[in-house]
Design a protein around this ligand. Structure first.
Ligand code: DQA
Length: 147
């Protein structure tokens, strides 16, 4: 049983990047949190971070064959990417969109997600803990749908 954790552009900079918005925890801390949370429920996690839209499309396409769901922080591509939206639409496993910050309290260009309409759910504004909540929500969802 496996989940994919996907992080988009600039999330490799977590911890250094705008800490007043994103906190001091690093991507490594995020990966650890998701792996530990999933492990307790009997799931493995494969994680990728990329700054490149096409790489993220590739990972989404590949996930369908080897995972039960994707936890995805698409970062800035959330607000722009038709390619990521089409990739999510093309697979048959659930994707949960995660944002560390409360995007709705920020600039208006962050209020709209191109991806949310094709995702199974969205977690916003809980800081790094949102990844843990998304992991638990994903596993509940998968098990309730009998995958
Ligand atoms: C983000 C919110 C996006 O608007 C922003 O471009 C990011 C991070 C978040 O996790 O809060 O890079 O996805």
């Amino acid at each position: 049983k496996r989940l994919i954790l996907l992080n988009g552009p600039n999330l490799n900079m977590l911890g250094k990047r705008e800490p007043e918005t994103y906190g001091r925890k690093t991507l490594k801390d995020v990966v650890r949190l998701v792996k530990d949370t999933a492990w307790e429920k009997g799931y493995e996690v494969e994680d990728y971070q990329s700054n490149h839209e096409g790489d993220l499309v590739d990972r989404i396409q590949m996930a369908e064959d080897n995972a039960a769901g994707i936890l995805f922080n698409p970062a800035a591509y959330t607000h722009t990417s038709i390619a990521l939206r089409d990739a999510i639409s093309s697979i048959n496993i659930p994707v949960i969109e995660v944002h560390i910050s409360n995007v709705h309290q920020r600039e208006t260009f962050r209020h709209h997600s191109m991806l949310a309409p094709v995702c199974a759910g969205q977690i916003v504004g809980f800081g790094i803990d949102g990844y843990r909540l998304a992991t638990l929500g994903m596993i509940e969802k998968i098990e309730n749908e009998g995958r």
